[in-house]
Design a protein around this ligand. Structure first.
Ligand code: COA
Length: 370
């Protein structure tokens, strides 16, 4: 069987940051204005303030990177302001993808022309077609073929499995997986329950047939396992049929909506079982893992999942957290953790990259440092 290795990763981090205090100040200013409007209109129901203490305690998030902080923090707008691009300019996701991809290619020592497959996997694509991946393929000068896929927060692990299978089957020798997440554009910054949870970022991963790889620091993919189970607990109803069903395009269900507590309860056991069974199928146990690069949505979720898999509390090194400064960057989260926290692993060390999110969907990629 052909061995597939990850030989390089890249990360695009937007320059703008918003800490909890700034986000909460903007939210609370909007709440005060809205409550004054309600009082004047004789509406009894009042909105409650948000708080930085709650955000840190409930999620572990302190700050996030975003493409545009000003539009988000303006209490009269509360959404990023991004310039519409003409058809002759690179699209926004192509541009952020190119930054992460070039880093990953350089780390792998691979020329763009030697890539046979580009997959753009993310929760939200800025248009239905032409695929952002095909645009990115042209922008980079990559060969072969390219396509977009969306499995929400699990897009990266699902794309890694797809790319690894393409390499194993001989359809591609080298593949590039890119995850441009502009989560700030689908977030309702006026929803107290969720206004703090997302940030923007883009990651990239280069996968190669082992016998072609030249990079020193490789991670062999020992196996991938994916699972989906339908749930409405995380949902976004934006879509091309909104126009013909005469749905209100500004309605709040056309943005990210979740029942956070239910997601927490239902997804943690699903993910712990996925990793445990995947390890077992590969002949390993939880404590064989040197590292768990978990999806980054909520610190407590990660602690709970790691505890179930390892059978004890994880150390900070074993299950690194990046959501404190990136928040939830959807499919990019587990890859950011992998990008930033793998260099210290010794040859032979085992790790798992694991994503989970809407669908529900979850993906496990077990790797070994070689
Ligand atoms: N500021 C202050 N208080 C807030 C608040 C805010 N921004 N948002 C909610 N609260 C209050 C609620 O009103 C509630 O008060 P009550 O107990 O008096 O009714 C209390 O805090 C708890 O609210 P709850 O929504 O149950 O919080 P939680 O502990 O479940 O944390 C999440 C919320 C979103 C952080 C958490 O549920 C989560 O991360 N879930 C998983 C989400 C996930 O992984 N999603 C995947 C997305 S891809």
């Amino acid at each position: 069987m052909t061995n597939v290795v990850i030989t390089g990763t890249g990360l695009f981090t937007p320059e703008h940051t918003i800490d909890n205090d700034a986000l909460v100040a903007s939210f609370n200013a909007w709440v005060d204005t809205e409550n004054a409007r309600r009082a004047e209109a004789g509406i009894e129901a009042r909105l409650a303030h948000s708080s930085s203490e709650f955000i840190v305690k409930a999620s572990g998030i302190h700050s996030r990177h975003v493409l545009d902080a000003e539009g988000i923090l303006d209490p009269e707008r509360m959404r990023p302001r991004l310039r519409e691009r003409s058809n002759d300019e690179p699209s926004i996701q192509c541009e952020m993808g190119a930054v992460a991809a070039r880093q990953a290619l350089e780390a792998a020592g691979v020329a763009a022309a030697d890539i046979d497959l580009v997959i753009v996997g993310c929760s939200n694509l800025e248009r239905p077609y032409p695929a952002v991946a095909v645009e990115l393929q042209a922008e980079l000068g990559a060969g072969g073929y390219a396509f977009d896929m969306n499995v929400a927060c699990s897009s990266a692990t699902f794309a890694i499995e797809t790319a690894a299978n393409a390499i194993r089957s001989g359809s591609a020798r080298r593949a590039l997986v890119v995850n441009p997440e502009i989560c700030s554009a689908h977030l309702n910054f006026r929803d107290r329950d969720s206004h703090f949870i997302f940030g923007d970022a883009c990651t990239a991963v280069v996968l190669e047939r082992d016998d072609l790889a030249t990079s020193e620091a490789r991670f062999e993919i020992l196996g991938t396992r994916l699972v989906t189970r339908f749930s409405n607990a995380i949902r976004n109803n934006a879509g091309f049929l909104n126009r013909v069903t005469d749905a209100d395009p500004q309605a709040l269900d056309k943005l990210f909506v979740q029942e956070g507590r239910r997601v927490f309860k239902e997804v943690c056991p699903l993910v712990a079982a996925l990793i445990g069974e995947h390890l077992q199928a590969l002949g390993f146990a939880g404590d064989d893992l040197a590292r768990m690069w978990l999806h980054q949505a909520n610190r407590h979720m990660n602690d709970l999942i790691a505890r179930r898999v390892l059978g004890r509390d994880p150390s900070e090194q074993e299950a690194p957290i990046i959501l404190d400064r990136y928040a939830n960057t959807s499919s990019a989260g587990s890859i950011i953790a992998f990008h930033l926290h793998r260099d210290d692993l010794a040859v032979g060390a085992l790790g798992v990259i694991c994503s989970f999110g809407a669908g529900y969907s979850a993906g496990s990629v077990v790797v070994k440092r070689v």
